[in-house]
Ligand binder design. Structure first.
Ligand SMILES: Cc1ncc(COP(=O)(O)O)c(C=O)c1O
Length: 428
């Protein structure tokens, strides 16, 4: 157990402490929800105002050239690439995570089927399974179901621990794609990207990673760990703002093969030649579709910059070390003082992302609402999970300690039983 004095001493010695000044966090708020919506960077309001008043207001259409709007998806993509172990010009910002997932699943399925055809000719068509985890985020499963229906594939779901066995056994020659979210949204459990990518490749399949809860939260090494495709969110740990556009990465060996199904003009080799036939741009730019949302992209760049600001202090490795210490401290305090809650996030550092998830079969929703009323903001994930995301850029050790203490008090006093905390909102 840690005392509050010890937590304060850890804060005083924290080399990342100064990074908090990059954010506007309302007084009295303990924000444990950067995994749903990151907080507002100080720089964002002025930057968005500049885009609105000068680049749009004064520059008008000229700003597509003069302010570099046209290359913003690539520019911000190159910054995100530094956070996820991707190379320059391999990652772009575009659309939403769901839409990008559709694009990469479709391209990956094309590639697997074409390779199968060239290897076994007429016998092609045995690789029909998209394998995923039963507890994957619903949008991933819905998109995969839609693609499977469209292309005559089959989505098969398994528990995390069953995946290696299935890939080496029953699905060895039948799996086309392994589609996983690196850090599980409801448990915070983190997959071993290298091991599972290898297992997929050994089975002859390609692997698609959703980095929604990883980008800016944990170190990711797409190249080193053998990924084929990746997508991720801009509005969570990248602090890009509500509805920020997402990103998409494709390994350079796959990028020039096929084009993604949403073959819009921004992914064309020469959009301003206005030719009637589609000719895909080289590399990752073909994964763009239509006109990018400039205001949101500008805000996202400010958010990504707040994470890159950690580079002089050790970057993602330093953020990871602090994140693990924060989640461990919070989990230990909760386990010591709130025995009625079950810890669902893995206690092992290597298996835990940047969140702590707790479960209770009946009171989880009301407890989260009671905490929010105290300014301690986490979220509830149906059916029974209290989820707390830890962002080391702006959270300290005393924050983690205080959050656990608020939780203890909410439970101990029975505060959560007040009727207003049972009232369900549209967004939980
Ligand atoms: C793992 C995962 N993928 C995707 C999404 C959301 O995708 P989109 O940006 O398309 O809404 C979420 C949202 O929380 C998520 O947790």
């Amino acid at each position: 157990m840690t005392t509050r004095e010890q937590a304060l001493a850890l804060d005083a010695a924290d080399p990342l402490r100064s990074l908090r000044a990059q954010f506007n966090i309302p007084p009295g708020v303990l924000y444990l929800d950067g995994n749903s919506l990151g907080v507002l960077p100080v720089a964002t309001a002025a930057r968005v105002q500049q885009v609105v008043q000068q680049e749009w207001g004064q520059g008008l259409i000229r700003s597509w050239n003069s302010a570099g709007w046209i290359s913003l998806p690539q520019r911000v993509g190159n910054k995100i690439a530094r956070l996820v172990g991707a190379g320059a010009d391999e990652l772009v910002v575009a659309d939403s995570t769901s839409v990008n997932l559709y694009k990469v699943l479709s391209a990956a399925a094309h590639i697997v089927q074409a390779d199968e055809k060239s290897a076994v000719g007429a016998c092609a068509g045995t690789r029909r399974v998209i394998l995923s985890e039963r507890s994957n985020f619903p949008t991933d499963l819905y998109i995969a179901q839609a693609l499977a229906a469209e292309r005559g594939l089959e989505l098969q779901l398994a528990e995390a621990d069953e995946l290696p066995g299935l890939l080496a056994g029953a699905l060895k020659d039948r799996c086309a794609l392994l589609m996983l979210t690196h850090v599980n949204y409801r448990t915070g459990r983190m997959h071993d990207m290298a091991a599972l990518s290898k297992a997929a490749h050994d089975a002859g399949a390609l692997v698609v990673w959703d980095l929604a809860h990883s980008a800016g939260a944990v170190p990711v090494h797409l190249h080193r760990d053998g990924a084929d495709f990746a997508v991720g969110c801009g509005y969570k740990y990248l602090n890009g703002g509500p509805g920020a556009p997402a990103f998409v990465w494709v390994h350079p060996r796959h990028a020039p093969r096929f084009w993604q199904p949403l073959a819009g003009w921004m992914g064309h080799a020469a959009p301003f030649e206005f030719t009637p036939d589609y000719r895909p741009a080289a590399g990752i730019t073909r994964y763009l579709c239509g006109t990018p949302p400039l205001l949101s992209l500008a805000a996202l760049e400010c958010g990504v910059d707040t994470v890159l600001a950690a580079e002089p202090f050790g970057g993602m490795a330093a953020l990871r070390a602090k994140s693990l210490a924060l989640t461990a401290l919070f989990a230990q305090q909760v386990q010591a003082h709130c025995p009625q809650l079950q810890l669902v996030s893995p206690p092992e550092d290597a298996l835990r992302g940047s969140q702590v998830c707790l479960a209770h079969s009946s009171m989880a929703y009301a407890v989260v609402q009671a905490l929010i009323a105290r300014g301690v903001i986490g979220d509830f994930r149906a059916p029974d999970v209290l989820r707390f995301g830890f962002t080391p850029l702006y959270l300290g050790y005393a924050d983690a300690w205080d959050a656990a203490e608020h939780l203890r008090q909410v439970l101990h006093t029975g505060e959560w039983q007040q009727p207003q905390f049972a009232q369900r909102h549209a967004v939980t």
